[in-house]
Design a protein around this ligand. Structure first.
Ligand code: BUP
Length: 447
């Protein structure tokens, strides 16, 4: 009956990397008979984002979409050129408009689940409404410990020097973290991202629980340090609920080309929604793929792909490689038996999806949280990250090709990755740790 219905609102931030996990969480809760109000910001949601939310809503009758109209942002008071960071700020400064939306939900809400980039703006609202506030953390457990601890060290010297001992930051309970892994805007004292990060770090500790899209194979030690009070005392419970499983309704048109490739023969290459590569680096990557001699599916987020990689290249590799410039449903690609390696930018969703399907990763992190996320790849045994590969100095095709060939021939790595995939599926399966995490969450929200 209605009195027993648990009603939860979910407010993700902007960008696919934020929306995808929020949609998957919504689906997990909806499948457990919760009523979900899924709040989307307006204007700004991209077409891809809007389509995903529409699919969620049409798949689950107990999920409804609620539009949240944002106030225009005064750019002169927001020091950033990053459209995502500016969008976070727009949402943050409109947060007071959430109150009437949240309080008019029927049946009354039991909780709001929000995003780490919005937490400090939303906590005062939920406190006033006496509404439980949960955070869906969308990056790695290591990144979570950085967010929580950063306010304590924000005013220390974070720049990298030549002296080895000071090139690390010390977060209690976890191994030292190289300063060079920090998201670059955190080191710039005037950046908007840093201001938000500090505020969010200070406030996230006031939430009722933090959900992370992780499981034992993906940094159990850091989750234990967080929950054991080692990073900081009196933290909310950190609940592992991952890896989130791509949903049936996310499926687009399948890449049929994959069906014609032998098992484990294809390198899948994708650097996420926002990683920028120079034309020269894109060309070297193409050269590397060709030299590897392996089959490949390469997502190049550029309008003029042919012009960049060269029409000659496309002609030469057409038997072995498929270059696409549009969105592919990555979950479906990684689940495909033909895929044997993932060359990835180390977005957290990408890492967890590869883990779920037991696909080895060759990590090539760029900025943002990608290096701190990418640490789990060598640590878990899921793959490697060539630390000498940056994005400023061009990495030559020859080196890329050699690395790909070496990894594609590494039988031990395949076995390790497959084992991680089994553990991942066990975690989310009935009775697994993440399954229990979600069940416990629903119980807690009901109280
Ligand atoms: Br691109 C692309 N298809 O073609 P991350 C991405 N995705 O399904 P982010 C596709 O988007 P940053 C595509 O499966 C994942 O769930 C992918 O999230 C999906 O990286 C999501 O991996 C991308 O966290 O970059 O957000 O693009 O690290 O800069 O936040």
């Amino acid at each position: 009956s209605d009195t027993n219905t648990l009603h939860v609102a979910i407010l993700p931030s902007s960008g696919m990397g934020h929306l995808v996990p929020a949609v998957r969480l919504a689906a997990s809760l909806a499948a457990r008979n919760c009523r979900i109000t899924f709040i989307t910001t307006h204007p700004t949601v991209s077409l891809a984002e809007s389509r995903l939310v529409s699919r969620l809503v049409s798949f689950f009758p107990n999920v409804t979409r609620q539009e949240f109209h944002l106030l225009p942002l005064d750019r002169s008071t927001a020091n950033s050129n990053d459209p995502f960071c500016l969008q976070f700020e727009t949402i943050r400064r409109s947060a007071h408009l959430l109150s009437p939306i949240l309080s008019s939900c029927s049946p009354p809400l039991s909780a709001l689940v929000t995003d780490p980039s919005l937490v400090s703006a939303v906590i005062p609202i939920t406190e006033k409404l006496r509404l439980a506030n949960y955070n869906l953390f969308i990056a790695s457990p290591k990144m979570l410990s950085l967010l929580i601890y950063f306010p304590t060290i924000a005013n220390t010297d974070l720049s990298t020097t030549s002296s080895k001992t000071t090139d690390y930051i010390e977060i209690p309970g976890i191994p030292p973290l190289p300063k060079s892994w920090l998201p670059p805007p955190l080191v710039d004292p005037s950046s908007l991202f840093r201001t938000q990060f500090i505020a969010n770090g200070q406030e996230i500790v006031k939430s009722d629980g933090i959900l992370v899209n992780a499981f034992d194979s993906l940094d159990k030690a850091t989750v234990a340090a967080l929950n054991g009070g080692k990073v900081m005392g009196r933290l909310p419970p950190v609940i592992t609920v991952g890896p989130f499983v791509p949903l049936e309704f996310e499926k687009g048109s399948p890449v049929e080309w994959l069906d014609r490739q032998p098992v484990g023969s294809v390198v899948y290459v994708c650097f996420g929604n926002r990683t920028a590569a120079s034309r020269e680096q894109i060309r070297e990557l193409g050269d590397g793929l060709e030299r590897s001699g392996c089959r490949f599916l390469w997502v190049v987020k550029e309008k003029k792909v042919g012009e960049i990689v060269g029409h000659g290249f496309l002609e030469r590799v057409k038997e072995k490689g498929l270059v696409v410039k549009s969105w592919v449903e990555q979950g479906e690609v990684l689940a495909h038996p033909a895929v044997g390696l993932f060359l990835s930018h180390c977005g957290w969703n990408s890492i967890t999806e590869a883990a779920l399907y037991g696909v080895p990763i060759l990590g090539w992190p760029q900025g943002g949280d990608q290096k701190i996320n990418g640490e789990v790849i060598p640590k878990s045994g899921l793959g490697i990250w060539v630390e000498t590969w940056g994005w400023e100095e061009i990495v030559k095709g020859e080196e890329i090709g050699d690395k790909i060939r070496e990894m594609m021939g590494d039988e031990k790595l395949k076995v390790q990755a497959a084992r991680i995939g089994e553990e991942a599926r066990k975690s989310v399966g009935v009775g697994g740790s993440s399954y229990k995490g979600l069940e416990g969450l629903v119980e807690k929200m009901r109280k």
